[in-house]
Design a protein around this ligand. Structure first.
Ligand code: 1CP
Length: 350
């Protein structure tokens, strides 16, 4: 967010936005993927007040509170909207539920169902989430950015096809091999829905949006172009047709050798990388085309201690003078000790 300070006349612009807009910062902005969640006692306390997980996502008052919890506790530079990538299949009329201790369950979609999907009701069904975006932006300090998000079409499709999380997305890879045109049609519906949804989030007050492609690594190089990078590029272009300066963070987890072409194809302002990539090399290859977000291993954060300090220093060193958004290489896990997160924040801001 950019706000004029009434006493000084100076503009306050969130640090994350400086980096997304092309500047390097000596002290990188930081936030953590899944920063609101079960590792926080205040989240667990509030979670018992909402009924189901989806009820929590669709209750603006509670979702706003959960979004702000990690900012109050740690002072991160950005809040991320509390919701889930699977609200999109829900808004497309699919049955979605979250089973305690197991994860999401959907009715697996078949080829005939794909033709029935309609994007007409997306905004109406997701109105409570958009209300949360506006409420968070109102409550958040102007020097903090608000990140909206959606799942990438491929990753959302994998949950729609398998009906749950799977270790290697075999059901979706099978559909890709057996009936690639059907997969194209499903991905196209998800592209359309995502454009509408992200435009609405940005209009409601999100300063940037992240597209999570948690499962891009299971695709072949050609599949990656067709079902991961290509559709994300269409979302970016579709949103920017309505909001030309819309800022994007792309997170094609495990894209590895596909990272540079991902950045070129999609035009994202920043790219998220996990801990398996050599940061200094990736930085060189991406050069000034995008900022880099990452890439601490969430398990190093669980371990804590001097291993944590060393891993943080390595990331800062590899990105010194460059455009870094400090983050994990994937979501924070529930068993993470709070004191380790405090130690991390201190180390990054030292
Ligand atoms: O409270 C609970 O017990 C539910 C746990 C939970 C939470 C806290 C789920 C179920 N989703 C979320 C929130 C969530 N999910 C956010 C909120 C903002 C934040 O703090 O970051 C975000 C951005 C997501 C995104 C998400 N959901 C992804 C992409 C990122 C990633 O981690 O790879 C995916 C794949 C999901 C699906 C999902 N939702 C929930 C679970 C447990 C899963 C993974 C299921 C699986 O693959 O087994």
């Amino acid at each position: 967010m950019v706000v004029q300070n009434s006493s000084t006349g100076l503009m306050t612009k969130a640090r994350l936005l400086h980096v997304l807009d092309g500047e390097a910062m000596a002290q990188p902005p930081m936030w953590l993927m899944r920063q609101a969640g079960r590792y926080l006692p205040e989240y667990r306390a509030l979670r018992t007040k909402a009924g189901s997980f989806l009820d929590l996502c669709y209750t603006p008052e509670l979702a706003t509170e959960v979004t702000l919890q990690p900012i109050r506790r740690f002072g991160f530079d950005a809040a991320i909207l509390f919701s889930d990538i699977l609200v999109i299949p829900h808004a497309l009329g699919r049955d979605v539920r979250f089973v305690e201790g197991e994860g999401p369950r959907l009715d697996p979609i078949d080829v005939a169902d794909i033709e029935q999907l309609t994007t007409n009701a997306v905004l109406e069904r997701l109105a409570p989430v958009l209300e949360t975006v506006s409420a968070v932006r109102r409550e958040l300090a102007p020097d903090k950015a608000l990140i909206g998000f959606c799942g990438a079409p491929w990753t959302v499709a994998t949950y729609m096809i398998a009906g749950k999380g799977t270790p290697d997305q075999a059901p979706s890879r099978l559909l890709a091999a057996r009936d690639p045109q059907a997969l194209d049609r499903l991905i196209d519906k998800l592209v359309q829905a995502s454009i509408v949804y992200l435009v609405a989030q940005l209009r409601a007050g999100a300063d940037a949006v992240q597209i999570f492609d948690s499962w891009s690594r299971v695709l072949s190089p050609a599949g990656f172009e067709r079902w991961s990078a290509g559709p994300i590029a269409r979302i970016v272009a579709g949103v920017r047709a309505e909001i030309p300066d819309a800022r994007f963070i792309g997170f094609p987890k495990g894209a590895d050798r596909g990272l540079v072409s991902f950045v070129e194809t999609t035009g994202v302002n920043a790219v998220g990388v996990d801990w398996t990539v050599p940061l200094a090399t990736v930085r060189q290859e991406i050069a000034d085309r995008a900022a880099i977000q990452g890439n601490l291993d969430p398990m190093v954060l669980v371990a804590g201690g001097t291993q944590l300090d060393d891993a943080v220093d390595e990331i800062l060193e590899a990105m010194r003078g460059g455009r870094l958004i400090f983050n994990l290489g994937h979501g924070i896990v529930p068993q993470t000790p709070i004191e380790h997160v405090e130690r991390l924040v201190e180390r990054v801001r030292r």
